[in-house]
Design a protein. Structure first.
Length: 758
């Protein structure tokens, strides 16, 4: 394969050199990128929020396929394990302490919020994309729900009412990954009605060979279909209506797949031994209706209506071995409806947006699992000692019992339905006091009603130790083991519940204020402060069959920004620095009876600080590049837990999981006539995968990933070769607690691709 790729690269270079020419002066000009995630049309240089924007040009230049590729090439952003989640400024999108029902960051596709448990296989691939925006820092004033850490906004390519176009894309790699993409669009009625259709099919053989079942655990098939209509009636000038429908089907490995690390050369020869084929199936259907009307030259009324139906089925081998001991089988189903109406004004002094938002999400989890719970030896010793057994005798008897019953086998079925309804009013405005000084203000009034319920049935499926094996009937050991057996059955029975539900209501006032100063047309600084919010709810304790309420958490974000251009616009240098004070954090706390004896409480208070610096430049005709540096320091300051919790889980002093202190990304693009090339790299410093007193043992070292692409770019077509992880960095994304399994990073990959644009 490497010989084929090398030959292809040489042929592209040879044939392209004859056509090489000096780039013209137009190459030095750059268009301002418009940011839409804040509900107003402002350029990056006019946006004080720290925002990273990925354009279609960069997607092509770097052969970016998924949103995870974007995370790993963005300052202070990164994936967690597999494609299961991401962090923004060190904050996991599902929360840093594992607790809470709401997310801390949301991914939007054409205005529709995608449930967090579907992101590993939802509609986030980047074929036919118009723009990706990663908004770092709280977006609670504008986005509201689930935006305490930030937001990711994906906008797909619109239909055209004037021009007909067709695009196709094909990728093939030595890892037996095949992707075929196509799109077609144009006017149905010229200047009034246009359509665009796109599709993408991906087939990936996988990397992790299952030696028990045969085949590959992470084999993947996806199909994405999208249709968009655009209506701009001549009879109603100023009216713009767009409707879209996106259908995604994914059938592949579990949201993260483990490979054995207790075998030789495990990175290059990945195997698994599970007897259950891990699967992650996602079905997503998203419909969006976006309508806008220019009431006046500077005044626009908009409406965005979205509906999405998403289900994700996760099936995994819980123990990773050939014996059918544990099985995880979770089905998540959600239906989400949103309605937003907003009024935008863009005047010479005053600009901004006011609007209203309504949101309804219904669905939940259906679980059908087989679990093995470690026999709680410490609890047994404590009970025996309280019954009068001397400490040495209690310890020996508990150890003997655990030797016969090391694991408590449980069949667990449950349902956790939920309903969340939110209504909000919001406003965000800028007022130019002078030609250079602007005041910034915003506010959101947010009201949420949610209801969570839990119903579960737990059954003991193992064999209890025979008391007669420990002593004659009537003796103290016999009676003690009989009592322990009753305790084991009671422990399992406690996990059953009858479907109790709790309804909660929350109101939040989320203000924002700031100042912006235009020192010159190319140099702007600003400062801001805003409050962020994550709603409360109810948490199920699986071991006790309880539904426990918890309260909202809040943060105050203090931020300063710099926007600058130099050398006639050939160099852009932007920076943001931030400090966040976070209180009443929602964290899962364990209570000791088993690994499933946990629920969410408001236990944590923390702070984080850092910065992002990003630069892009036209180095020379036909040569441009970018660089981004991110730094974040996170720390739990206080951790106050209810009585009865496990003391060893005190998080005070620990860092956030997957919060890399340093991230660095950069890339360079070169064009010489028809030959185009790109080299890019991303670095992430060491991270901890867990929190608490054992955090030091859960450390992953830093990693650097280098990627490259070179091709021949003609008027309507492109042929190219690419490399991912060019230097073959060997790294893990997570190591299982026993140390014999890990989620491994992507290996060195070479491939060929072709594009057609008509």
């Amino acid at each position: 394969m490497r010989t084929i790729v090398t030959t292809a690269l040489l042929s592209l270079l040879v044939t392209g050199t004859a056509h090489a020419q000096t780039a013209g002066p137009d190459d030095a000009a750059t268009d301002d990128i418009v940011v839409t995630g804040e509900k107003s049309r402002r350029t990056v240089q006019e946006t004080m929020t720290s925002v990273a924007v990925v354009t279609p040009a960069r997607v092509r230049q770097e052969n970016i396929q998924t949103i995870q590729d974007v995370y790993n090439r963005t300052a202070n952003v990164g994936e967690t394990y597999g494609a299961a989640g991401f962090t923004i400024r060190g904050i996991n999108n599902a929360g840093v302490g594992g607790g809470g029902q709401a997310d801390t960051a949301t991914v939007y596709v054409d205005g529709a919020p995608i449930p967090g448990n579907a992101l590993f296989g939802g509609p986030t691939d980047l074929w036919d994309i118009a723009q990706v925006e990663i908004l770092r820092g709280p977006q609670s004033t504008i986005q509201g729900l689930n935006a305490l850490a930030g937001a990711v906004v994906l906008t797909t390519r619109d239909a055209s009412t004037t021009d007909t176009s067709a695009d196709a894309h094909m990728l093939w790699s030595n890892q037996r990954d095949r992707t075929f993409s196509a799109a077609l669009g144009g006017p149905i009625v010229t200047d009034q009605l246009g359509i665009r259709l796109s599709a993408e099919r991906r087939n990936d053989r996988g990397l992790i060979r299952n030696v028990t079942l045969g085949g590959y655990d992470d084999a993947l098939q996806t199909l994405s279909l999208r249709g968009k209509l655009k209506w701009t009636p001549l009879a109603l000038p100023g009216l713009d209506v767009q409707a879209s429908y996106n259908r995604v089907r994914r059938d592949g490995g579990y949201l993260y797949d483990y490979a054995r690390t207790d075998v030789a050369d495990f990175y290059d020869h990945r195997i698994s031994t599970g007897n259950v084929r891990g699967r992650g199936r996602v079905a997503a259907d998203i419909a969006v209706l976006n309508a806008g009307y220019d009431i006046a030259p500077r005044l626009r009324l908009s409406s965005v209506t979205s509906f999405n139906r998403v289900s994700s089925h996760a099936l995994a081998d819980g123990d990773g071995g050939p014996v059918d001991a544990q099985r995880i089988d979770n089905l998540y189903r959600f239906r989400t409806w949103t309605q937003e109406v907003r009024l935008n004004y863009d005047g010479p002094r005053l600009s901004g947006v006011v609007g209203g938002w309504a949101y309804r999400r219904a669905g939940g989890l259906d679980a059908n699992n087989r679990l093995n719970i470690a026999t709680p030896v410490t609890s047994i010793v404590t009970q025996l000692r309280s019954s009068g057994f001397p400490s040495p005798t209690a310890t020996r008897l508990a150890a003997s019992y655990a030797a016969v019953l090391p694991r408590i086998s449980v069949a667990y079925t449950g349902a956790q339905p939920q309903l969340v309804r939110t209504a909000a009013l919001f406003a965000d405005a800028r007022y130019r006091v002078t030609d250079r000084l602007s005041l910034i203000a915003g506010v959101r009034l947010d009201h949420e009603e949610n209801r969570y319920a839990a119903q579960a049935l737990a059954r003991f499926t193992g064999t209890l130790p025979d008391p007669a094996a420990f002593g004659a009937p009537g003796t103290a050991p016999f009676l003690a083991v009989t009592a322990i057996n009753r305790g084991v059955l009671a422990l399992v029975a406690n996990a059953s519940s009858q479907g109790a539900g709790k309804s909660r209501r929350f109101d939040a006032l989320l203000p924002k204020a700031g100042l912006s100063m235009d020192w010159t047309p190319d140099l702007t600084t600003s400062v801001s402060v805003q409050r962020a919010y994550r709603s409360g709810g109810s948490s199920a304790n699986p071991a006790r069959g309880l539904l426990v309420p918890y309260d909202p958490e809040h943060s105050w974000n203090y931020e300063a920004s710099l926007r600058s251009r130099w050398f006639g616009g050939r160099l852009t240098l932007n920076a943001n620095a931030f400090y966040v004070d976070w209180s009443a954090q929602q964290t899962n706390v364990f209570f000791g009876s088993s690994a499933y004896d946990y629920n969410t409480v408001n236990a944590g208070s923390s702070h984080l600080s850092g910065f992002e610096v990003e630069a892009s430049a036209r180095v020379a005709p036909g040569v441009d590049g970018y660089a981004a540096l991110g730094h974040v320091r996170t720390r739990f300051d206080r951790f106050t837990v209810p009585s009865g919790s496990t003391a060893s889980l005190d998080l005070a002093g620990s860092k956030f999981p997957y919060a890399a202190r340093w991230t660095l990304a950069g890339g360079v693009n070169v064009r010489a006539g028809t030959i185009v090339g790109n080299l890019n790299a991303g670095y992430r410093s060491a991270v901890f995968t867990e929190t608490g007193v054992t955090q030091a043992s859960r450390r992953l070292p830093g990693r650097t990933i280098v990627n490259a692409r070179i091709g021949r770019d003609m008027k309507n077509w492109t042929l190219f070769a690419f490399a991912r992880n060019l230097l073959d960095a060997k790294y893990a994304q997570y190591t299982f607690q026993t140390g014999d399994r890990a989620i491994l990073g992507d290996p060195q990959t070479f491939g060929l691709g072709a594009e057609l644009h008509l």
